[in-house]
Design a binder for this molecule. Structure first.
Ligand code: OAD
Ligand code: ZN
Length: 246
């Protein structure tokens, strides 16, 4: 079966790089983007230039974030996160590359420096001008007090979740580290991503071209199934559950 072959490939690999998308966190209660009921089926994304230009776009962006607060605050790592953390502790996984913003890889036991967050992190806020970080509580208090999304106390530019929006620059260091990891592994496992958002979606192919074996685990077919060595169209928790160790 697919899971047995995956087990063999994991056993044979020296360096495994997992690459995760929203599908690994759906069993934790966090919706993905493109499945029925997903975030982008309910709300249009707010592009970065709109966030910068418009107070009402910033207010709407923060209202959406606060509406999700209980979901993010309650979420615990799932079987997929825990399986990857086991392989990390066993020394097989040097780091995880993720498109996710939910902090669940860190919560499962990865050191923060070993979570390469391509799209940032939604559990804190950051000034888009000077880069000053703020806790979400600070934003919430200011929002509730003024009825509007706040600006930075240091430089007066808008404060945003520490995530990457469409049209926003990708983080340089993370892109470089993800490139190096993709090219240095012998097994690359893409988990729970539709693989349609670039440049993130380029890493599986980059790994494959550099000689790694490529596994894709996703309920639905993805854009890149045809280049994979193994495709498992199955639930992530069920597929990776057997790899949860100590
Ligand atoms: P998507 O919503 O595009 O894809 C998630 C995939 O996970 C879907 O193909 C689902 O079928 C699959 N899936 C969901 N739950 C699953 C489960 N329990 N088991 C197996 N498969 C499951 O999410 P991403 O590919 O992560 O970026 O989205 C990529 C980027 O698009 C995000 O990082 C975000 C978004 O716009 C930005 O906003 C910049
Ligand atoms: Zn600032």
């Amino acid at each position: 079966s697919g899971i047995e072959r995956l087990g063999d490939m994991i056993a044979e690999a020296r360096t495994i790089v997992p690459f995760t998308g929203a599908g690994i966190s759906t069993e934790c209660g966090i919706p993905d983007f493109r499945s029925p009921g997903g975030i982008w089926t309910r709300n249009r994304p707010i592009p970065f230039d709109e966030f910068v230009a418009s107070q009402s776009a910033r207010d709407e962006s923060w209202r959406r974030r606060f509406a999700m607060e209980e979901v993010f605050a309650a979420a615990k790592p799932g079987r997929g996160h825990r399986a990857l953390a086991s392989l990390y502790r066993a020394g097989k996984v040097p780091a995880v590359i993720t498109q996710n913003i939910d902090n669940l890889h860190q919560a499962s036991g990865f050191a923060p420096k070993h979570v390469i967050e391509l799209h940032g992190n939604t559990t804190y806020a950051r000034c888009i001008g000077c880069g000053q970080d703020y806790p979400l509580d600070w934003v919430k208090r200011r929002f509730d007090g003024d009825g509007a999304a706040p600006n930075c106390t240091a430089c007066d530019e808008p404060v945003k979740t520490a995530t990457i929006s469409f049209g926003q620059m990708m983080p340089d260091e993370e892109m470089q580290r993800a490139t190096a990891l993709s090219q240095a592994c012998d097994l690359f496992i893409a988990i729970g991503s539709s693989l349609v958002v670039w440049p993130a979606a380029g890493f599986p192919m980059m790994a494959k071209r550099a000689g790694a074996r490529l596994v894709i685990i996703n309920r639905e077919p993805t854009e890149q199934d045809d280049i994979a060595d193994l495709v498992i169209h199955h639930d992530i928790g069920e597929t990776l559950g057997p790899f949860v160790g100590n």
